[in-house]
Design a binder for this molecule. Sequence first.
Ligand code: AMP
Length: 452
Amino acid sequence: MNTFEDFNIKKQLRKAIDELGFEKPTPIQQASYSPILGGFDFVGIAQTGTGKTIAYLLPILQDLKFSDQLQPRVLILAPTRELVIQIVEQVEILTPYLSVRVLGVYGGSNNIIGQKQALTQGVDVIVGTPRRLYDLALSNLLRLKSIKKLVIDEVDIMLDFGYKTQLKNIFEHLPAKRQNILFSATMTSYVDELTDGFLINPVKKTISISGTPLDNISQECYAVPNFYTKANLLKHLLEDKIEFSKVLIFVGTKVHADSLFEILNSESEISVIHSSKEQNHRTKSIEKFVDGTSRILIATDVIARGIDIEKITAVISFNTPLYPENYIHRIGRSGRAKQQGRSILFYTEKEMVLKEAIEGLMNYTIPISNIPEEVEISHQLIDDEKDKPIDEINISDKKSMTESGASFHKKSAKNSKAKTEKKSYNKTLKEKFKKPIRRGDKIQNMKKKKKK
Ligand code: AMP
């Protein structure tokens, strides 16, 4: 399935593709064409820019027969009006030689009366934001029982925008027998929830950021006991302003991103972005980072995925991502355009199992660096660190569900032994502290520091 010839698509679609000048299918297109055409439920983990829209549109349009029925057969849900417009445009550029009626519906300036009128003319593919779509379904002009294929694009953003309830409401109007296709740039617990709750034996494919070979990126990791020690280590690393001249720091949650920002805040040098920040603030933060006014950008996975910034010298994963795919997305931010990239991962003992999952996905063991002597070890714990350890069984289930993209290989067995890794985690800590960490070690460290 490496060429468009292999797809064996109908000549009208083929002509449109040729006119677009596409030479060959992108990896996500190669991975999704057959399963989607075959009618399987499908989960695609791929970022914008990988050709993911055409990855689902092509098999859907290939399978769509001419019809003059009024109610739509394909429903595509997208989180933003901009994305709805883009998807509609992509349907249009693929179908100049086919008779396919497509309609985009969304809130805001585009008025609902016009959309209702368009619906009465008959539609094959309806693309919409969840809220507007649901309003139309309630108006009875749009009857979702006719839907045969449902696509949810940018599931991670949907969750971030709080569309869960709207989606649930829409699902209740859809026929039980339908094909479900999910696309998300990052893996999230919501993708899992949807996969478990609504999809039937889905085919799952993950595509790394295209053009980012991992061997371009030097990787290292630090075993760090807790959040505050991570902050201390980070401060220490960032003192090197040449090596860390443009650093993207990934943090697991919005709350942690804000806390870290407060801890590190040194006026103009640092910016923070996550989805709770106003659009204006986000744009300004990114601009400052791009033009070099701020050297450091703290971001969460979901919000950072849309930004394309050149010449990032290092990506620091302050937390170990819950889903291994997200680590690959993160480090792909560094090492772009054939430049050498650098990735540094911090992991606590609880996060060890997540690090293993990442190593399994890459089939590569990330070299461990020792925490420098001058970094103070904190014993203060944040609330999350007082919780139970992450459920290891759950994580390994997720791992086995994941099928990796072209640049990865199947996990090697050696990484799956949590017990052995646990030992090495303690060993790493011992190497630094010469003995297991106990209460009072902080005082020892402070004494040591004073002596110097
Ligand atoms: P997307 O990831 O869907 O946002 O697509 C990113 C861009 O890639 C869009 O402008 C598409 O038109 C373009 N694109 C999609 N498939 C291909 C392909 N096979 N070859 C070249 N460009 C493509």
